[in-house]
Design a protein around this ligand. Structure first.
Ligand code: XMP
Ligand code: MG
Length: 184
């Protein structure tokens, strides 16, 4: 961990940098195939999805455009509130567009099921979901994930865009935090 400057804050690495990049390449190949000849708009969910958006979009070879939304369902802690608020809306009109929502993680699924419906009511031609990570609780709400990176255990994770109190987003892997970080 020394090269990452996070001391002993990381307890275990769940998804290594190599695993993540290899899986994203496979997802990009599927997206290339599925959306060939179509006009595709990638919608990233700030801030967590910045890394997956940057890496996935560069592995996709068909032409795409990109836009961003910021929604909040979490405070600064680690529990879902179930309340979704738009903090930053799209700049793009999605009417008639094929939209692929790019997410870092689906936990309860509340954010994504809400977002998918929201974009459909704006008249998008299709709204699919690509997520790097998914937790088992996501199964409780109806979220149809078209492109999935990894299913992970029901633990709070950081890295690869995911934060704890805004820290650890820049780590190239996904890991869990050591107990002492929460007790500070
Ligand atoms: P829901 O529960 O609505 O939540 O699917 C999705 C959003 O919650 C955040 N989230 C996490 N953030 N580590 C994080 O840093 C986690 O383990 C985690 N689980 C959920 C995240 O912003 C996601 O978009
Ligand atoms: Mg997120």
């Amino acid at each position: 961990m020394e090269q990452y400057g996070v001391g002993d804050d990381i307890d275990k690495v769940l998804i290594s940098e190599t695993q993540m990049q290899e899986r994203l390449a496979q997802m990009a190949a599927e997206i290339d195939r599925d959306y060939a000849g179509r006009d595709l708009l990638l919608v990233g969910v700030l801030k967590g999805a910045i890394m997956v958006m940057a890496d996935l979009s560069r592995k996709i070879t068909i032409p795409v455009t990109m836009d961003w939304m910021a929604v909040s369902s979490y405070g600064s802690g680690t529990k879902s509130s179930g309340v979704v608020r738009i903090l930053k809306d799209l700049d793009t009109d999605v009417a008639g567009r094929h939209v692929l929502i790019v997410e870092d993680i689906i936990d309860s699924g509340l954010t994504l099921s809400w977002l998918q419906k929201n974009l459909l009511t704006r008249g998008a031609a299709s709204v699919e979901i690509a997520t790097a990570l998914r937790k088992p609780d996501a199964a409780k709400v109806e979220v149809n994930v078209r492109y999935l990176g990894f299913d992970i255990p029901n633990e709070f994770v950081v890295g690869y865009g995911l934060d704890y109190a805004e820290n650890y987003r820049t780590l190239p892997f996904v890991g869990t935090l050591a107990e002492h970080v929460y007790n500070n």
